[in-house]
Design a protein around this ligand. Structure first.
Ligand SMILES: Nc1ncnc2c1ncn2[C@@H]1O[C@H](COP(=O)(O)OP(=O)(O)OP(=O)(O)O)[C@@H](O)[C@H]1O
Length: 571
């Protein structure tokens, strides 16, 4: 009889366990085997709770009360759907039956549903938060969905768009949705105008397929004004990179002394105005540094900073360099003419270094530019108006140059609107420790060293010197000291310092120390030879810096360039 029942129960999908009054398993069907992974032989004849926990069959045996459709968990993936007492023909309880079911598939499904909900939520959040405007239409081109960015960009709300033709938002151009629905293919980078304000946008759209059937189209529109703004910023960034000429700002000017600070404060005020500035100071004091800083702190910082070394450019070329020339202006002029430095600096700043070296002829032309705010290209007759801030610099005494009729007074007045005097280094020696510290960091980077400081003794030696070549000379000096330092040394000591005293000594050499040239040489040749040797020596002591060399030789930079050419010196 039990076997027959067993057979019947084996054919059902539900797992079943029957126990007798003592709780001993008497029937364990196939589904129960499958669900618990326990063989029938290991179940039948055993106390139910030792084989399958939580069946609560002993309780049913005690109470004789059925628990139907309870869906109580047996374990994580199984539930007991019913427990009931089994009665004999006399109505006496003879055992109990538990029916239970595998719910792992349902659990998995539920988990998947939760996942999908999360994905949906994430997608919705992205859809609503993205800055790109998104719209979705159905297969007939009627609006289905838009996001907040779409409303911000076009001015249209859901009420205007949902259920309406997708051409509704268009101010100019053809609907990308309609094109996608027509061809079933995606579209990229289409320029359109949308919304009340005819906003310029770039649109892209893609078809939505469901099981191979075209169900609609989704479009993203990007605001072109924003993209244009980004391009503009990119251009400005490129411009800044191109303008690396003007690489310094006020933060790069080292020194806290009062005299230097007065100059910095004056320069900062000048930077905020369009005023013409003249920077005066000895060679190497930082005039160019100040010019960069003024440009970079001014509203012209995104335009060009053009530096012209008036002393270094050949007088004949200077005019065409500054003002440009028209095609065929002179023999050798390039085809198409040439844009001059003033035009290049248009909107920006032109820095005329060594202005005191300009010839009277070029001074007159510069004066015209300052008065008329326009330039005339060499060989041209059409004035070009320009908007350029002029910063000039000089290390010569312009007042005495005016007296000697080498510099035009009217030009001087035009240039001398905001004069800024940069002190010689000997006038602000208190800044030397900071400058040395700054230079050590600079050369550490350049030479890959890790020097930490200068010793007190070495610093005292540096402070005792007068630095006729100013910060530039100090810069070269520290650079050379750093070269003398071994890789494992970290402190600049006195023995690393190049011999400054020898520089001073050379300067003070007496005439008797100078040896005559070969006695059979003509005086002119001997002088030339001596001049050549002397200039070479001074250049060497100035680390090849012609400006310092000119200063040491007490001649103008232009005169030095002339001599270098005449004496065939290429150093
Ligand atoms: N206060 C300062 N802080 C940091 N660096 C400085 C300072 N002053 C000058 N320098 C540095 O010294 C060097 C010479 O400065 P700059 O070329 O500006 O001098 P200059 O007065 O224009 O010289 P010149 O008249 O010979 O053209 C540069 O490398 C500059 O960066």
């Amino acid at each position: 009889m039990r076997k027959d029942i067993q057979k019947i129960l084996d054919s059902t999908h539900d797992a079943m366990i029957v126990v007798d009054l003592k709780g001993i398993i008497t029937i364990f069907n196939k589904s129960a085997e499958k669900l618990t992974g326990i063989n029938r032989e290991n179940a039948i004849g055993h106390q139910v709770e030792t084989v399958v926990e939580n069946t609560r069959l002993p309780i049913v045996l005690k109470t004789g009360i059925a628990e139907l459709n309870q869906k109580q968990p047996l374990n994580r993936t199984t539930i007991i759907t019913s427990r009931m007492p089994v009665f004999d023909d006399d109505g006496k309880i003879m055992g109990a039956l538990a029916v239970f079911r595998d719910i792992s598939e349902i659990i998995e499904l539920a988990e998947r549903i939760t996942d999908l909900n999360q994905i949906r939520e994430t997608l919705e959040a992205t859809f609503n938060a993205t800055q790109d405007a998104i719209s979705v239409v159905d297969a007939s081109g009627k609006g289905l969905l838009i996001n907040p960015a779409y409303t911000r960009m076009t001015g249209y709300t859901e009420a205007d768009i949902i259920g309406k033709d997708c051409t509704y938002d268009l101010a100019e151009g053809e609907s990308v949705h309609m094109e996608v629905l027509k061809t079933g293919l995606p579209i990229k980078g289409k320029k359109l105008k949308v919304g009340f304000n005819r906003k310029e946008v770039i649109a892209e759209a893609a078809p939505i397929y469901d099981k191979g059937i075209l169900k609609g189209s989704v479009a993203i529109i990007h605001d072109l004004t924003e993209i244009n703004e980004i391009y503009k910023q990119l251009d400005q960034a490129k411009q800044i990179i191109r303008n690396l000429e003007a690489k310094y700002t006020f933060d790069d000017i080292i020194g806290k002394s009062e005299i230097l600070n007065n100059a910095i404060e004056k320069a900062k005020i000048a930077a905020e105005t369009p005023a013409t500035v003249i920077i005066r100071g000895e060679s190497g004091t930082g005039k160019e540094l100040f010019a960069h800083a003024i440009h970079n702190a001014s509203s012209r910082k995104f335009a060009q900073f053009v530096r012209v070394n008036c002393a270094a450019i050949n007088e004949n070329l200077l005019e065409s360099e500054l003002f440009g020339y028209e095609e065929g202006a002179f023999t050798g002029a390039s085809k198409g003419g040439k844009v001059g430095l003033f035009e290049k600096a248009n909107g920006g700043t032109i820095f005329l270094d060594e202005i005191g070296e300009l010839s009277l002829n070029t001074q007159a032309k510069l004066l015209r530019v300052l008065q008329e705010k326009e330039i005339l290209r060499v060989g041209g007759n059409k004035p070009v108006s320009i908007d350029v801030r002029i910063i000039s610099a000089t290390n010569v005494n312009l007042e005495s140059a005016i007296e000697q009729k080498r510099f035009r007074q009217d030009l001087y007045y035009r240039l001398n609107v905001v004069p800024i005097n940069i002190p010689a280094l000997r006038e602000h020696k208190t800044d030397i420790p900071d400058l040395v510290k700054h230079l050590i960091v600079k050369y550490n980077q350049e030479y890959g060293r890790s020097v930490s400081k200068i010793s007190q003794n070495a610093l005292e030696t540096v402070m005792a010197y007068d630095w006729p070549g100013n910060v530039r000379e100090l810069e070269n000096f520290v650079g050379r000291a750093m070269i003398n330092i071994r890789m494992n040394e970290e402190i600049v000591e006195t023995h690393h310092l190049p011999n400054i005293l020898s520089l001073n000594a050379e300067k003070n050499q007496s005439v008797s120390d100078v040896q005559p040239m070969a006695t059979n040489m003509e005086l002119a040749d001997a002088l030339n030879l001596f001049e050549r040797k002397h200039i070479l020596k001074v250049l060497e002591l100035s680390n090849g810096n012609r400006e310092i060399a000119a200063r040491k030789l007490d001649i103008s930079l232009r005169a030095l360039y002339y001599k270098l050419k005449k004496l065939d010196i290429n150093s």
